[in-house]
Design a protein around this ligand. Structure first.
Ligand code: BGC
Length: 270
């Protein structure tokens, strides 16, 4: 069996690292989903080691399943901060020494292959454009991911505007709104899902007022519970859960990695 339309996607968050091999023409997984806890502190060398082990484990799983050339699969990795030209520029929920780190070089060495690095919310946005809620939709979509932090991706007529950061807005007396409204605060502060949802409703209502998107797509770890908190009162445009749920980052990273090697890879029929 060949792997000409496959890539590995690994999604690095402040709490967990998740990955799988993906068929980039369909967005479907072709390996199991691997998951480990983010190493305490989230230092570059520690995260790089986990990413390297996960890529190796996914390749080994594919080789054992009879796939050829799993060793050559491109790898895409998301990081929870601004990534420009392969270099990390911010780090809110991982070690500060990521700032200025050449993540492309570090992670390419860790996975022993050229590695594409991208902001986690941007990867989720790319996946939702390709296979999810934003597929074929005109206009402006704001994809918001709620997990350890708040990620945001702006998509205009199917095109991503990278590194559009809305999780650190100053609002309601909080210098960074993600400290008050990320999914992590449910556990950190021991609040109910209803209390959290009312904070998110206020935040999204504010974003609607200043940015006027055509719709919001909610992803991240909380998206699997969306039936319990949608719709939000006070938001007039549609707010829908990410169709790819918490796998959007993995899928978007894999797709970008495949396109970096062959821009046509995600278009061709398998
Ligand atoms: C970071 C974003 C990231 C988000 C979700 C925020 O703290 O600034 O870049 O997308 O967390 O991980």
């Amino acid at each position: 069996m060949g792997l000409q339309h496959a890539a590995i996607g690994i999604d690095v968050g402040g709490t967990g690292i998740k990955g799988a091999a993906i068929d980039v023409t369909t967005g479907e997984k072709i390996s199991t989903r691997h998951k480990v806890a983010t190493p305490a502190g989230g230092a570059p060398a520690d995260i790089a080691r986990e990413v390297g082990s996960m890529a190796a484990a996914i390749r080994a799983e594919l080789a054992a399943a009879g796939f050829d050339s799993s060793a050559n699969l491109p790898v895409g990795v998301t990081l929870p901060g601004v990534v420009r030209d392969g270099v990390m520029r911010t780090a809110a929920n991982i070690d500060l020494s990521w700032i200025g780190t050449d993540a492309h070089a570090l992670l390419s060495a860790a996975v022993a292959a050229p590695c594409t690095v991208v902001n986690d919310a941007d990867a989720a946005g790319i996946a939702e454009v390709a296979f999810g809620e934003v597929s074929g939709l005109p206009g402006v979509t704001l994809v918001l991911t709620f997990g350890t932090g708040i990620g945001s991706a702006l998509v205009a007529d199917g095109v991503l505007v990278p590194n559009f950061e809305l999780g650190h807005l100053e609002l309601d007396g909080f210098t960074s709104i993600e400290r008050h409204t990320a999914a992590k605060v449910i556990e950190r502060e021991g609040i109910t899902l209803d209390e959290w949802a009312s904070r998110v409703s206020r935040y999204i209502g504010y974003l609607e007022k200043i940015l006027n998107p055509d719709r919001f797509v909610l992803g991240g770890s909380i998206s699997k519970a969306s039936d319990s908190f949608l719709p939000f009162a006070g938001v007039t445009v549609p707010v829908v859960p990410a169709r790819l749920r918490n796998n959007a980052g993995i899928i978007g990273a894999a797709r970008l990695a495949a396109e970096a090697i062959d821009p046509e890879s995600s278009n061709s029929a398998p």
